[in-house]
Design a protein around this ligand. Sequence first.
Ligand SMILES: CC(C)(COP(=O)(O)OP(=O)(O)OC[C@H]1O[C@@H](n2cnc3c(N)ncnc32)[C@H](O)[C@@H]1OP(=O)(O)O)[C@@H](O)C(=O)NCCC(=O)NCCS
Length: 170
Amino acid sequence: MKAKSPSQSRTVMTDLVLPSETNPLNNLFGGELLARMDRAASISARRHSRRITVTASVNHVAFNHSIPLGSVVTVEASVSRAFRSSMEIFIDVWIEDRFSGEKTKANEAIYTFVAVDETGKPTEVPPIVPETELEQARYDAALRRKQLSLVLAGKMKPEDATELKALFTD
Ligand SMILES: CC(C)(COP(=O)(O)OP(=O)(O)OC[C@H]1O[C@@H](n2cnc3c(N)ncnc32)[C@H](O)[C@@H]1OP(=O)(O)O)[C@@H](O)C(=O)NCCC(=O)NCCS
């Protein structure tokens, strides 16, 4: 299968924060942001694989900054690494200053999607070739994140997570 770059799956979704999407502090409700990130990640996984894709795992979410009512929020997703049937998707969330238009990073997340056939069976996806320094760094760390996710899900024995173990022993 022909390799693809992360930019080929880049997906950018921009939307407002409306009153029905906020918590009692008038900031964006966390579950609403998770859903927006899931949508962008799903499109990104589809663009990379050109298959049906499903969310297998939310590996990491950091709600570092609250996002106030009325904000313009941009969710940017791209595939950081592809394995056999699974893809790690990196998601950056930006908010735009109302007056200057300057964008500030608000949150980030890492999701895993799996490409499946019409019967739901996992199916192969193209590999990823990183092009920038950031893409390379995300690519390099993706295998240990996959192993951590599999260990936490009870799908891999900790002793088999060699890449993850190397983090603590090297
Ligand atoms: C995701 C799903 C297809 C995986 O099926 P499975 O029977 O575990 O299949 P496999 O064991 O062959 O795993 C398929 C791939 O997913 C990866 N995977 C499975 N669970 C994972 C997890 N928790 N974290 C990271 N990767 C995971 C496997 O490592 C494998 O990757 P690879 O082929 O690239 O090496 C299956 O669990 C599923 O359909 N889940 C429901 C998905 C869904 O409905 N999501 C929406 C939530 S409502």
